[in-house]
Write a protein that binds this ligand. Structure first.
Ligand SMILES: Nc1ncnc2c1ncn2[C@@H]1O[C@H](COP(=O)(O)OP(=O)(O)OP(=O)(O)O)[C@@H](O)[C@H]1O
Ligand SMILES: [Mg+2]
Length: 338
């Protein structure tokens, strides 16, 4: 398959943890006299979409009609994050701004001489003290159910802030049981999502499920055993395990042999957000009716493009279309030996 389907008619809901990526850029001037630290002259600031918001942005960039269901704080960051998403054509009418929530914010301070690539100096995370309330989950679950008839796929994006649990997890399972395609990019919670169409864990998340370390999944045999257990225990049609610079591996219901695709063979610039791109493209591929193999190849090609740019970025449909013919092909998964 060398053509990307038309995703423009597809309707997607993204449910999950909305995160703000705040970037502060400064130019190094001198060492401070107050302490042995670098002094940066403030140059500019930018707000980016992170977590489920980045998944939503990736879906929109690929041409789908996207709605986000998630929480932001009733604060400036929350307001600006939703504005950012709206600017990308995303429906934010079912995102909730709540006084009992604080928008998780990753502030990255970057220093750069003019004309140079900015370098990370420090990151400060602002995180809510507690998980969202049952009440907030119930409100979003109700909004998700109200959209049921109009959705081609639901993408759950779990960044570990506790939203995707309880009634909201139950609603995802109920939608799956009613025949809606449901894909979860998981973090720590797996069994609560039994019966979904697919999950897209990375190696670390699969290791969490298997209660082991990433190193223990270093051989194909160990990786396949853990992945098969997860696919079976959660009764998934597909399990797509993303393997960073090694690509991805797909386990399918009714198929004995897993399939694998190698990562695009170039030096990555910034891998942040690649998992969101992969999950978004895989979910859209399934929503378009592609078999899992083709959806995996699309996901790998799209993720291979975003790692070539700094920051969490999204891959446009046009870029994916032009990259696909030369993107790595899927092969039988028995070839990797270590
Ligand atoms: N260094 C790399 N070179 C080429 N492709 C890469 C690289 N890192 C990641 N990718 C692509 O991105 C996909 C997802 O990456 P990864 O497995 O790191 O996901 P992740 O850990 O969930 O990422 P995130 O940090 O966004 O959550 C990989 O399967 C691969 O297709
Ligand atoms: Mg991820």
């Amino acid at each position: 398959m060398n053509t990307v389907p038309d995703f423009s008619g597809l309707r997607v809901a993204v449910v999950g943890d909305l995160v703000a990526d705040f970037y502060l850029y400064g130019e190094p001037t001198r060492l401070s006299r107050e302490a042995p630290v670098l002094v940066l002259r403030h140059r500019r600031e930018a707000l980016g979409a992170g977590g489920a918001a980045n998944a939503a942005r990736n879906l929109a960039a690929l041409g789908a009609r996207v709605a986000v269901l998630g929480l932001v704080g009733r604060d400036r960051t929350g307001r600006e994050l939703l504005e950012r998403l709206e600017h990308d054509g995303i429906d934010v009418s079912d995102a909730l701004a709540r006084t009992d929530w604080q928008t998780p914010t990753k502030t990255r301070i970057l220093g750069a001489e003019p004309g140079r690539t900015p370098q990370h100096v420090l990151r400060i995370d602002r995180e809510p003290e507690q998980a969202p309330t049952d009440d907030a989950r119930a409100a979003l679950a109700g909004r998700l159910r109200a959209r049921q008839g109009e959705l081609d796929v639901v993408l759950g994006s779990d960044y570990g802030y506790g939203l995707l649990a309880g009634e909201l997890a139950g609603t995802l399972r109920a939608l799956a049981a009613a025949g809606v395609r449901t894909v979860l990019d998981p973090r720590r919670s797996f069994e609560a999502f039994a019966g979904l169409t697919a999950m897209t864990p990375n190696l670390g998340e699969l290791a969490l499920f298997a209660r082991t370390g990433v190193e223990e999944l270093g051989t194909t045999t160990a990786l396949d055993a853990a992945a098969r257990t997860l696919r079976q225990r959660c009764d998934l049609e597909y399990l797509l395990v993303t393997l960073g610079n090694r690509g991805m591996r797909l386990y399918s219901r009714g198929a004995e042999v897993p399939l694998e695709v190698a990562a695009a063979g170039r030096e990555a610039v910034d891998v942040s957000g690649a998992g969101d791109t992969a999950a978004a493209a895989f979910a859209l591929g399934l929503a378009a009716g592609l078999p899992g193999t083709d959806a995996m190849r699309l996901a790998n090609a799209a993720a291979g493009l975003v790692v070539m740019e700094p920051g969490a970025t999204a891959c446009s449909l046009d870029r994916l279309r032009s990259a696909l013919p030369s993107a790595p092909r899927v092969r039988g998964g028995l070839t990797r030996t270590s």
